[in-house]
Write a protein that binds this ligand. Structure first.
Ligand SMILES: Cc1cc2nc3c(=O)[nH]c(=O)nc-3n(C[C@H](O)[C@H](O)[C@H](O)COP(=O)(O)OP(=O)(O)OC[C@H]3O[C@@H](n4cnc5c(N)ncnc54)[C@H](O)[C@@H]3O)c2cc1C
Ligand SMILES: *[C@@H]1O[C@H](CO)[C@@H](O)[C@H](O)[C@H]1NC(C)=O
Length: 158
């Protein structure tokens, strides 16, 4: 019985430890940013702090969690138009903006260098096209070396 309770406690502590202490306060321009992205018809998901689960998952994507800044939101563009619209809104509202690709920066720069950046997460822009005739590869910014290597290996095998 005691070990049963102990396991439940351990489980709860583990779950809690996976969460980050997201500030409940709002960032400057947060409400205007929501409105702007709506106005510009931003298509991908945008995770603000109040969407705790999704926001935490976006933080957890960082490879090295030694340095964590809490962005105003993580925007996930599905195409180049979305990227442009995210930048347009951030510039208009004077909100600092940062691109994140692989999330491997040791210093956590994919989330900016302080709180309240708008993170434009480019992970979904991961298309790779190989043109063997012109010997040219176009690689989306959301790729890691591994995904690029895999595609190139398959192409060379043909
Ligand atoms: C386990 C591990 C192994 C590593 N091994 C190597 C290695 O062998 N060789 C090596 O050179 N490095 C290595 N690195 C370092 C890594 O390459 C750098 O940290 C690099 O910045 C990671 O790129 P990212 O796309 O993950 O960057 P992110 O963490 O997403 O971003 C880092 C910085 O680049 C900016 N940025 C990201 N995407 C874009 C974009 N599309 N346009 C403009 N700016 C952008 C961000 O705003 C941020 O300032 C390693 C890191 C780790 C954690
Ligand atoms: C939280 O974010 C996820 C992923 O972007 C989304 O599917 C979900 O609907 C959001 N929840 C709320 C309450 O906004």
């Amino acid at each position: 019985m005691i070990s049963y309770l102990y396991n439940i406690l351990l489980f709860i502590v583990t779950i809690y430890a996976l969460q980050y202490p997201v500030p409940v306060s709002k960032c400057p321009g947060e409400d205007s940013l929501r409105k702007c992205l709506d106005q510009y018809l931003f298509k991908g998901p945008v995770n603000f702090r109040d969407n705790y689960t999704a926001y935490n998952k976006d933080i957890d994507f960082e490879y090295d969690k030694l340095i964590i800044h809490f962005p105003v939101a993580f925007a996930h563009p599905i195409d180049e138009i979305d990227v442009q619209n995210a930048i347009n809104c951030a510039v208009k509202l004077n909100i600092p903006i940062v691109a994140r690709s692989g999330g491997h920066s040791y210093e956590g720069y994919g989330m900016g260098d302080k709180d309240c950046y708008l993170v434009v997460d480019l992970v979904t822009l991961n298309k790779i096209t190989v043109d063997t005739v012109s010997q040219t590869v176009v690689v989306g910014t959301g790729n890691t070396l591994q995904s690029v290597e895999l595609v190139l290996m398959l192409e060379l095998a043909d």
